[in-house]
Ligand binder design. Sequence first.
Ligand code: HAM
Length: 426
Amino acid sequence: MIIKPRGTSDILPKDTPVWQKTEKTAREVAELYGCGEIRFPTFEATELFARGVGDTTDVVQKEMYTFEDKDGRSMTLRPEGTACVVRSVIENGLAGEAMPLKLYYFTSCFRYEKPAAGRYREFYQFGTEQFGADTPAADASVISMADTLIKRLGIKNVTLRMNSIGCRSCRPAYREALVAYFTDKKDQLCDTCRERLKTNPMRILDCKSPVCQAVAADAPKVTDYLCENCRTHNDTLLSLLSKMGIEYTPDPGIVRGLDYYTKTVFEFTAPIGLDPKTGEEKYLTICAGGRYDGLVEEIGGPKLPGIGFAAGMDRLIAAMKHSSQDVPTQPAPQIYIAPLGEAASTEAQKIVYDLRMSGIRAESDVVGRSLKSQMKYADKIGAAYTVIIGDNEIGTGRAILKNMKTSEQTEIEIGSIALILSKEGL
Ligand code: HAM
């Protein structure tokens, strides 16, 4: 048997209704916040991520699905959406449109990570990227968009963690402090982090190795090195969030795993289920993002500030289910037309086609079942009504409509089924 690759999932019809509901809510929220949808390719030139996400990040160094195409060009399955959106904005000249430019997307992402509950190699994101505004108000608007989505989905026990990781002016001093701190403890770091000490010491702070994490726990905090501009930006943003009634926890430990961030970074965490071993709630980041004022230029575009977030759809859904939201199911057929005999079989196909054209969820037999097993099947698929059609019914144009819940039977005109069911409001 051929099985799916590790860390990927099949989303089956019993599960797709909750995905559709989540996507619908996310789309509504995006529209509430004035965003237009953007779609982009599944793979891009590898250089886009090396330059955009940063070639010293775990994502680029360890997790990308990279391949050579038949022309010998290095391509990569997108590990995230931000760099793709920025590339598209530059390539399509959207930077010349009225600002702020507000975009949203649904995308699958690919990262070669160790699969675990809520951590996959192919996963789905809903995200927004917004350009052309570098004010704390723009940050507050993006963060409130994530907050609105999470609240509309009914996810409980959510924490928003806020931090600022500074800009080009405050980074050099912070970098120096990190180098001084980690140089002393160099021997305890993993090979990659020893290299990062020379190239990008901030990346050591989000290394997944537990040993590096333990060493990083007491590292200097970026918030102690912010320049005046970054500090004021952060203070204004936090007071705006308070004013809006959005609760947050300042957390100087949040540095994010992607290189493009400047100033504001944030993460929303929530319980996504119970740990099967300990029985305790397992908390994960369901949505995260931040400001990236240098990224558009880095990828070859004009000077254009940006900010956005991405929410892991898989995690949002797990968190919703854990918050015991009603999980939607596929809508059942409104009617099952059971034909008896060959002439009726043909007639039934025409009737269900007409019903479907008038917006009624109708089913009939395409398997060649006996009447008895058709009725069993109609019950199994949850059809609200059934009608049996034989030669007699075809002749008179009238038939018996049976309510499957109450067993109530009514004689009706076959031609008026659509009208009757629409009135039922099923
Ligand atoms: P990220 O933190 O790498 O940021 O991913 C965003 C969200 O995607 C995470 O908070 C999580 O919910 C979900 N996620 C990440 N990795 C996995 C995985 N392996 N399995 C399941 N879910 C996962 C970004 O991707 C940035 N592009 C976000 C952003 C947009 N920043 C600014 N704009």
